[in-house]
Design a protein around this ligand. Structure first.
Ligand code: PMP
Ligand code: GLN
Length: 378
């Protein structure tokens, strides 16, 4: 066959987790918790199954779940979404992202994104015949220079992809960023795909800048989130998309043929679980403690930790240790030290050498202790 994605290999998460398993290394690479999700939530899933909720859910998602998502969104961000026409439950954020991109990107449409970028955006754009226009951001602060974004905009620009809190850099969009963005696209026909899977993982008392806070932005945005991230259950592959009706209508045309609908008992369980707002309001504190614990442990290491404002990732540079490329160093660390991390160069399309590693701290204290102990020997 003629490959549709000739430049695409196997995702770095699969590669690094496999290497970690092969060498019995502590896996701080792929982002997932090594602790259990809430037993109460598991019990709700069991109950939904016992109660016979085992057949197809409605195509757009269970009404009770969409209702809870609408309530949560309005409560947290003020944005109002009609559960009937503006919310769809998806098989994780990945499916939502793919579906949103396929719904609106035509051949030769240009999509602006920021690198390092989560790795599922570019392949989806390319499959639709779209053109990726990326702006590379630089450590330590990875700030977006909006005047540079302006230079990328032309009459083919169809979409800007945002991700806050950001994977892998752990930065968050600020109010100032939102002001710049709003001014930039004011009279332009540009959509936004806002990847907000870490919406509840914002630290130090900062506010998550959801597109759902800003009516002019909300009007042109697909917002994507993930229950896998929120409820420590990445294996469930449950998420959702919010969008104004004119966009959601196109989204569902694809969703119905990509998956039709998603896991019914999980939807029942999550709808019930979301009624207690503490299930997500407790997350910033919970993960901030883990961030601080990991950072404190690494204080005397020879890694240089970059700022971490949100997400469950901590990036680090390592010029005091070695001159190796991050892709080589990540492999060596896994094999020789027994700690796996993600080389941040995997999140750039250009093969420029990068020297930044990303560690996932969504781990039990003893896992962090063991990993830090090993990392201190490097
Ligand atoms: N976007 C970002 C930024 C992510 O880190 C991830 C990984 N969870 C996803 C999307 C995909 O989420 P899901 O596992 O719900 O498909
Ligand atoms: N989002 C997770 C990460 O950044 C991985 C998800 C995946 O493996 N596709 O590590």
């Amino acid at each position: 066959v003629i490959s549709k994605l000739p430049q695409t290999g196997t995702t770095i998460f699969t590669t690094m987790s496999a290497l970690a398993n092969e060498h019995g290394a502590i896996n701080l690479s792929q982002g997932f918790p090594d602790f259990e999700c809430s037993p109460g939530l598991v019990e709700l899933v069991n109950k939904a199954m016992r109660d016979g909720h085992n057949q197809y859910a409605p195509m757009a998602g269970l009404p009770a779940l969409r209702e809870q998502i609408a309530l949560k969104t309005e409560k947290l961000y003020g944005g109002v979404y009609n559960p009937d026409t503006e919310i769809t439950v998806t098989a994780g954020a990945t499916q939502a992202i793919f579906t949103a991109i396929s719904a609106v990107i035509h051949p030769n449409d240009e999509v602006i994104m920021f690198e390092p970028a989560y790795d599922c955006y570019a392949p989806a754009i390319k499959l639709m015949g779209g053109v990726v226009k990326s702006l590379e951001l630089e450590p330590p602060n990875y700030r977006i220079a909006w005047d540079m974004v302006k230079r990328l905009i032309n009459n083919k620009t169809k979409m800007i992809i945002l991700n806050s809190p950001h994977n892998p850099t752990a930065t968050i969009l600020t109010k100032e960023d939102i002001g710049e963005l709003s001014a930039l696209i004011k009279n332009q026909d540009i959509l936004i795909l806002s990847d907000e899977v870490y919406e509840h993982l914002v630290f130090d008392g900062q506010e998550h800048q959801s597109m759902a806070r800003y009516p002019e932005l909300q009007q042109r945005s697909f917002i994507v989130s993930s229950f896998g991230k929120t409820f420590h259950a990445t294996g469930w592959k449950m998420g959702y998309c919010l969008a104004p009706a004119y966009l959601m209508q196109e989204f569902r045309k694809i969703h119905q043929f990509l998956v039709f609908s998603v896991n019914t008992p999980l939807q029942h369980a999550i709808a019930e679980y979301l009624k207690d707002e503490n299930t997500y309001l407790s997350l910033p504190g919970f993960f901030q403690e883990k961030r601080d614990y990991f950072r404190k442990g690494m204080e005397n290491s020879r890694f240089t930790l970059l700022p971490c404002a949100g997400s469950y990732f901590q990036s680090a540079t390592y010029e005091a240790i070695t001159n190796e490329k991050d892709s080589d160093f990540a492999i060596r660390l896994t094999r020789e030290i027994g700690v796996a991390a993600i080389p941040v160069s995997a999140f750039y399309r250009a093969s420029t050498e990068r020297r930044v590693l990303r560690f996932c701290f969504a781990k039990m204290q003893e896992t962090i202790d063991k990993a830090v102990e090993r990392l201190l020997t490097v």
